[in-house]
Write a new protein. Structure first.
Lengths: 186, 188
């Protein structure tokens, strides 16, 4: 498959991803009760693959919501302040909210989202992210559940894209430098 | 006993029975993905448009099985007052990418009356895509009120309330890993 030729190395293989996502599911089962009925807020597009697999392991009652956001600034550098393209369809006042993210990079976007959601008066607000890049952090954001800490490389797959591609790779891979350079030059 | 078997034997109270088990769904999704990969082997610019919320699990599994380059995008819809105006839906979030000149495959969880998909196909057609097809996991032919083309279909099912694998009842049961039939007394 052409997509796989663009991958320099596999950072997290499929089996390891699946095992870890199952563990995160168990962690969520242990954190909340049926009565809490947490609302999982999936940040599109990147987290949708993770959400699909994560929720298969949930045994507690829960509901799912989606948010889609877009940064105002161009390029891959996050400016923090984002535009909400799709907001939650229901109120979260008094609800237990768990934000589900694919990756935490600078932390600015997540910081903005959590501040925004906190103004709505949730009973609790936690964050579950598949990946975290601690080297990139510019702002301190508390992460309650983290799948993997990864180095500061161009990671794709399992929902994560580069120029909207590679989201469907079932593993986390690192893009070849020449692919990144070529695509940035296009 | 496998995790899947255990899950399918331990049903929530409101669920009558498993209509489609995890293995059966996975097999069929892989078949659909193989067919789509073959059909779009030479197509540049394939874009899968998932309809929220129901299709996200189906889309996640389908896309991972595809062997052709593609983009993924989402739209969110809401129906106006249920039961008043036939099939009128409101677009809450449009696709982020332009579909003009691209091969568009609309991915839906379930086809019921057909009004929603009919609306979507008309809306996308107006944007002049290179091609336009639909991929639907479940279809309830008995419920159809308007004819709508389905290019890739997972399963035909009877007219019962189904939950799981993206489908909900009052926002519950959406993430069950199988597709279950709800007990009639739950929704009647």
């Amino acid at each position: 498959m052409g997509l796989r030729d663009d991958i320099a190395k596999i950072l997290v293989p499929e089996a390891e991803l699946q095992r870890r996502v199952a563990e995160l599911g168990q962690q969520i089962n242990g954190t909340y009760s049926d009565d809490d009925r947490p609302l999982l807020v999936c940040v599109l597009k990147g987290a949708y693959v993770m959400l699909a697999d994560l929720t298969r392991h949930l045994e507690i009652r829960h509901a799912v919501e989606f948010m889609e956001i877009s940064s105002y600034g161009a390029g891959t550098v996050s400016s923090g302040v984002v535009r909400i393209l799709l907001d939650l369809a229901q109120s979260i006042e008094g609800r237990h909210v768990l934000i589900v993210e694919d990756i935490i990079d600078s932390g600015r976007t997540l910081d903005y989202i959590t501040r925004n959601l906190r103004t709505r008066g949730p009973a609790s607000l936690r964050v579950c992210t598949l990946l975290s890049k601690p080297d990139r952090r510019e702002i301190d954001v508390p992460l309650d559940m983290v799948g993997f800490e990864v180095p500061d490389e161009f990671v794709v797959g399992y929902g994560l894209d580069f120029a909207e591609e590679y989201r469907n790779l079932p593993f986390i891979g690192v893009l070849k430098d020449e692919v990144v350079q070529r695509r940035l030059g296009e | 006993m496998t995790l899947r078997k255990r899950r399918e034997m331990n049903l929530p109270d409101s669920v009558e029975k498993v209509l489609l088990g995890e293995d059966k769904i996975a097999t069929r999704v892989a078949e659909l993905a193989a067919q789509i990969s073959a059909d779009y082997a030479d197509a540049d610019d394939l874009i899968l448009v998932g309809v929220l919320k129901g299709s996200f699990i189906f889309l996640a599994d389908l896309a991972r099985r595809l062997r052709v380059r593609h983009y993924v995008d989402f739209i969110a819809l809401s129906s106006y007052n249920r039961g008043t105006v036939n099939g009128a839906v409101r677009l809450i979030m449009d696709t982020r990418m332009s579909v003009t000149g691209r091969h568009v495959l609309v991915v839906e969880d379930i086809l019921d009356t057909g009004y929603t998909l009919h609306y979507l196909l008309r809306a996308f057609h107006a944007r002049k895509p290179a091609s336009l097809r639909s991929c639907v996991l479940l279809s309830k032919p008995e419920r159809r009120e308007i004819e709508v083309p389905v290019d890739y279909l997972g399963f035909e099912i009877p007219d019962v309330w189904v939950v799981g694998y993206g489908l909900d009842y009052a926002d519950r049961f959406r993430t069950l890993p199988y597709i279950g039939a709800l007990k009639r007394e739950t929704y009647e």
